[in-house]
Structure formats: C-alpha cells, structure tokens
Design a protein around this ligand. Structure first.
Ligand code: SF4
Length: 86
C-alpha cells in the first residue's frame, strides 16, 4: 500500500483508515504492476500523476489518472461502490 497524504483533514484520514480496516481486500484488484495499491488523499495537487485511487474532493483536484471518489469527506460506502463500479 502506498498512501500519499498531504494536508488532509482528520475526516478524510478517518474514512480512509476505516475503509482499509474493513474493505482492504477489495483493493487487491487495483494492484499496479509493482504490486502496490496507490492511494492519494488530501491536497497533493498535481504531485501524484500516476494511476491512483483518489479519496475526497481535495485529491480530485489533482490531475492524475485513476479512480476518483467524491465527497468531503466521502463515506466508506461511497469508496466501496466506486471500486465495485456501482
Ligand atoms: S475532501 Fe474535505 S474532508 Fe477530505 S481533506 Fe479535503 S476538505 Fe478535508
């Protein structure tokens, strides 16, 4: 797991930890070639352009590739639904 966090509120961090605690197995299909799952949370604006799962509205402002989950903060079910393509 590669987590890039910068300037994230405790609300987004809490959601992310809660999600990882309960649903980390759902992330296995999002492994990159190096075997890692990359997650971006907070105000990493444009720093992480590589493919990543971007959690929360602040992370969506970055221009990188990957999956984006809206919300301020998003709730776990929103992240799960996005990952499951619902
Ligand atoms: S999306 Fe909202 S809760 Fe998450 S880091 Fe940004 S301001 Fe904070």
């Amino acid at each position: 797991m590669e987590i890039h966090e910068e300037g994230a509120c405790s609300a987004c961090i809490s959601t992310l930890f809660l999600f990882l605690n309960h649903y980390h197995e759902e992330l296995s299909r999002y492994r990159l070639e190096d075997g890692k799952v990359r997650i971006v949370v907070g105000k990493n604006k444009n720093r992480i352009q590589e493919e990543a799962i971007r959690i929360g509205n602040c992370a969506l402002e970055s221009k990188g590739r990957g999956i984006s989950v809206r919300g301020c903060p998003p709730v776990c079910s929103q992240i799960l639904n996005k990952l499951l393509g619902k």
